[in-house]
Design a protein around this ligand. Sequence first.
Ligand code: SAM
Length: 278
Amino acid sequence: MSQIDGLPPLREVINTHGLVAKKSLGQNFLLDLNLTAKIARQAGDLTGCDVLEVGPGPGGLTRGLLVEGARKVLAVEKDSRAMAPLAEISDAYPGRLEVVNADALELDPLEHLTPPIRIVANLPYNVGTELLVRWLTPPSWPPAWSSLTLMFQKEVAERIVAQPGSKKYGRLAVLAQWRTTPRIVMELPPEAFTPPPKIHSSVVHLDALPAPRFEADARKLQAVVAKAFGQRRKMLRASLKGMHPEIEDVLTSVGIKPTSRAEEIDVEAFCALSRALG
Ligand code: SAM
């Protein structure tokens, strides 16, 4: 493997620091620096940008982000065993890499960064989904970040970009497509990771729109979508019954048939419904 940054190969880093992958932390590492640089490029032009990287592990993607010219990378990693290898990267890029040993679910580091901010992560699936929803639903819009470039299980990535009428269309699609333009930009086979997971993975890139596509209150929209897709096989007049005493009338007033099901409703109609439910 050719080295792109003069630091030791990642396999050597892992052996030196005894960074045996832990299942409990969802650790599947990317060890090919050409691949991690390619993923970093999917985030767009990094020069002049601060990058929040969540879950850097031994730092393969971190090195890719720095090679691709990120002004500064703030890396948040839960596993304290990764601190030593990450410190070596920090030494090789003076002043450009800050590492925080913390759980990304318990910290909001965006205020420590200077816009434009891009977020990049290869995280365990459940942590990634939870952070995605949080990043998509800040109190105001536009958010502090300008783009998200995130690795997911292929199946989850497909849910984020799914269109109405598809079985994969649901809460993630509505929230993502309401205020960003999500695209699947790369697919990776299990062999790209060490150890290889059972499933294929995809990188999704989401650019924040300057304003939401349609007017809606984020909390209200989240509540409606959660209810509607929580019982996705039911007709909306049944699944949304608890949200309004005259739910059939409300649905009709925004042009939605009360007998339709959640997966038939596009983002615009969900926003109209959330406004009507006030
Ligand atoms: N980015 C590295 C790569 O691509 O090789 C590692 C990816 S590995 C799939 C996920 C990383 O996220 C691991 O290093 C793991 O320790 C870290 N992680 C898991 N849960 C986390 C959390 N809640 N907060 C921060 N890091 C977390």
